[in-house]
Write a protein that binds this ligand. Structure first.
Ligand SMILES: NC(=O)C1=CN([C@@H]2O[C@H](COP(=O)(O)OP(=O)(O)OC[C@H]3O[C@@H](n4cnc5c(N)ncnc54)[C@H](O)[C@@H]3O)[C@@H](O)[C@H]2O)C=CC1
Length: 485
């Protein structure tokens, strides 16, 4: 199997290569096979990308929002038309089942392009009447050159979620995908170009952390948007602060899901599956701490395990019948297996799964732990794999307090038929993205992002516009100017 792109980088409307950069091997996670070899951006490539983005931005910003939006919406249509091949590429890049990528990756990217393309024409400032006939107005302006840095779990989606609001507002972007999944952002850049995006407005450069770091501190960069882990977020935020750059930080989590005894148990089990095993658990907002009211805990675990036994089909993720893929990489598999061992060592009980699957590739069995306590490592740290911890609780107050007892604040969910309680619990959650009787849906119309250590700013929704533009305020004096002397 080969998925070799035309070159490693896409700059100024064309593919660019510089083989002097260190090699990045792209590995198909279901077999361990190398399917493409790319090269990290050298200093010359980084310079070329930033110079292109800087040069292209003013003319792009000078177009009307409607004109910019038209390009984004055209790209959205092209992505939808090409959904199958983009989904296959995403599956090869990440190892996620084609069954998932067909509905959740390029389509989500297209949604973002369409949504922000639609908004672009309506971005305006405001008129502010003042006493004495004076007035003020605001001009919504682009920030300039934005840098986007992606994680490996949703490479297409992340590229589009960052590019769409940035470009809608008139910014240009240099995007660095994760070195683990370098392929799909290149194709997105190519499609944007084919849709009519002026050269240099969206550029992709490859590389590991050092390339990301060199992008952030360049004087031409006005904003950095990162999707990644908390430790990386700390470094990127600090580096961006040196130049007073704007940031959006979409970081990790250890989110709670609270299931009350009155919940529709089948819906709650579905929520727990969506919030733990989709993308083999490699989802930042996953609700991995599943608090179940004591009286229904056994029934919940029994149904969950039954559904996993019946529904999990492991195999080649390119086979559409497969529902459960491998970890993205051998390294990630080892991390997840390490957490499982630690859970067992600290006294948690494996109710399902618990080991590497007996097949080629980096597969870890979907794993359910019971007997988990709040102080265990598996209940405190982000695992980023298919490991669900069941914890039991007795009262609403206790469930809320324990849910919030974490440094993270990305997402949280509640399952109950008592809607007054649902809204009360959600109000008390310390999390940016909450769910009632659902989990992990991320429509573009809804803000997405975290509080506490899980992030700064929001992606998607009209709110993202605030994160990719700034207001220039203009005071207009209509009468005398009174001065003290
Ligand atoms: N909140 C959200 O929306 C999401 C958060 N994530 C989080 O991402 C993490 C998993 O993704 P990984 O790729 O392993 O994260 P990571 O933090 O290792 O890497 C993220 C990106 O940052 C780059 N990077 C690393 N060091 C850097 C530095 N010093 N300066 C600039 N860039 C640097 C990497 O090359 C990569 O492109 C998890 O913690 C997960 O929760 C993942 C998806 C969505």
């Amino acid at each position: 199997m080969r998925a070799q792109p035309k070159a490693s980088h896409f700059i100024n409307g064309r593919y660019v290569e510089d083989t002097a950069g260190a090699a990045i091997d792209c590995v198909y996670a279901a077999s361990g096979e190398v399917i493409a070899r790319l090269h990290e951006a050298t200093d010359a490539i980084v310079e070329e990308a930033l110079a292109a983005a800087k040069a292209a931005q003013p003319a792009w910003a000078a177009l009307s929002g409607t004109e910019r939006g038209r390009v984004l919406r055209r790209a959205a249509d092209m992505i939808r038309a090409e959904n199958r091949s983009l989904s296959e590429l995403e599956t090869m890049d990440t190892g996620k089942p084609l069954q998932e990528t067909l509905v959740a990756d390029a389509t989500s990217g297209a949604d973002a392009l369409e949504y922000f393309g639609g908004l672009a024409g309506s971005l305006t400032g405001e008129h502010i009447p003042l006493p004495g006939g004076d007035w003020a107005y605001t001009i919504r302006e682009a920030l300039g050159v934005c840098v986007g840095i992606g994680a490996w779990n949703y490479p297409t989606q992340i590229a589009c979620w960052k590019a769409s609001p940035a470009l809608a507002c008139g910014n240009s972007m240099v995007f660095k995908p994760s070195e683990t999944t370098p392929l799909s952002a290149l194709r997105i850049a190519e499609i944007l170009s084919e849709a009519g995006l002026p050269d240099g407005v969206f550029n992709v450069v490859q590389g590991r952390g050092a390339v990301g770091a060199s992008l952030i501190t360049d004087a031409r960069v006005a904003k950095v948007s990162l999707t990644g882990s908390v430790p990386t977020g700390r470094k990127v935020y600090a580096a961006a602060a040196e130049g007073m750059r704007h940031v959006t930080m979409e970081l990790g989590g250890k989110s709670p899901m609270v299931i009350f005894a009155d919940a529709d148990l089948d819906k709650a089990v579905s929520g727990a599956i969506l919030g733990n095993f989709y993308s083999s658990g490699q989802v930042c907002s996953n609700g991995t701490r599943v608090y179940v009211e004591r009286s229904v805990r056994e029934a919940f675990v029994a149904r969950l395990v039954e559904r996993l036994k019946a529904g999990v089909v492991m195999g080649d993720p390119l086979d559409e019948a497969v529902t459960f893929g491998p970890m993205v990489s051998e390294a990630q598999m080892e991390i997840v297996l390490g957490y499982i061992s630690q859970g067992i060592a600290e006294g948690a009980v494996v109710a399902h799964g618990g080991k590497r699957a007996d097949r080629d590739g980096f597969f870890v069995e979907p794993t359910v732990f019971t007997g988990v306590t709040d102080d265990m490592t598996i209940a405190r740290e982000e695992i980023f794999g298919p490991v669900l911890s069941v914890l039991d609780f007795d009262t609403e107050e206790e469930a809320i307090a324990r849910s919030n007892d974490t440094v993270f604040g990305l997402a949280a969910g509640v399952f109950t038929q008592d809607f007054a309680r649902a809204h009360r619990v959600v109000k008390a959650f310390e999390a940016g993205t909450c769910y009632i009787n659902h989990y992990n849906a991320a429509p573009v119309e809804m803000p997405f992002g975290g509080s506490k250590l899980s992030g700064v700013g929001r992606e998607n929704s009209k709110g993202a516009i605030e994160n990719y533009s700034e207001m220039k305020a203009v005071y207009v004096g209509m009468g005398d100017v009174e001065a003290p002397f």
